[in-house]
Design a protein around this ligand. Structure first.
Ligand SMILES: [Zn+2]
Length: 237
């Protein structure tokens, strides 16, 4: 069966930074990939000379360009307000609808339990956690449950069982994807997000360093890798 990935990010650039190597590899191997960006990215600049409307437009265009480089079939933008994401029925219904439309075998999302990482000196963005939680809730149980959002059934959107959930958590990763052949494509995709980086070349180098660190956790070791916590979801019965 063809592998179909749905990668879910809170902001334009999240998916490219975290898993574009895996997305590119899947497409290269004959699979399909879709992006789902939950917010409008409207808080992602300290430059107050750019209007919010213009910032949203720029960030969407950057995300679309990056997805095009990788060969992503479609980018879904939900346009919830950046920084205000809540795990509501409205958000879950949007996500369930997209899962039932494209029928992914694999969904990639942020780890909703990741508040901070003391090893990397980082605090996670609340939109990442909340987006991860809502996505996970939709993968199980809501997208596969016929009684959830019955109006979607009326639209012909039948329940769908996602086989595999790949959760983004750098420290706890236990499943590694070899991105040696696609790391340069990943960097090319990230480079599209010009509004987000003062020194995009330096960030590209950083991505290679992170991919190397991740590759050392894999057995056998790889050259460049992306890592996830992998959950294989059982079919009922
Ligand atoms: Zn983000």
């Amino acid at each position: 069966m063809k592998k179909i990935i749905l990668a879910v990010g809170a902001h334009p650039d999240d998916i490219d930074i975290s898993c574009a190597g895996t997305v590119a590899k899947t497409i290269t191997e004959g699979g399909e990939a879709y992006y789902l960006v939950l917010t409008d990215g409207s808080k992602g600049s300290e430059d107050l000379t750019i209007s919010t409307r213009e910032l949203i437009r720029i960030r969407k265009a950057e995300q679309q360009k990056a997805a095009d480089i990788l060969g992503v079939k479609k980018v879904f933008f939900l346009d919830f307000v950046d920084g205000e994401l809540e795990n509501t029925a409205s958000l879950r219904k949007h996500i369930v609808k997209i899962i039932r439309q494209i029928k992914p075998t694999t969904v990639i999302c942020w780890d909703p339990t990741l508040y901070y990482d003391e090893h990397r000196n980082m605090v996670n963005h609340p939109d990442h956690r909340i987006g991860g939680e809502a996505t996970m809730d939709c993968v199980y149980p809501f997208a596969r449950n016929a009684r959830t959002f019955p109006e979607l059934m009326e639209e012909g959107l039948e329940p769908h069982i996602v086989e595999e959930l790949l959760i983004l958590n750098f420290q706890k990763a236990n499943f590694f994807v070899d991105i040696t052949q696609t790391v340069d494509k990943k960097i090319a995709a990230i480079t599209c997000h010009q509004s987000q980086f003062e020194n995009i070349e330096k960030f590209g180098e950083r991505i290679k360093e992170m991919s190397k660190i991740m590759s050392q956790k894999a057995k056998p070791k790889l050259k460049y890798a992306e890592g996830f916590i992998k959950i294989t979801l059982r079919k009922p019965g």
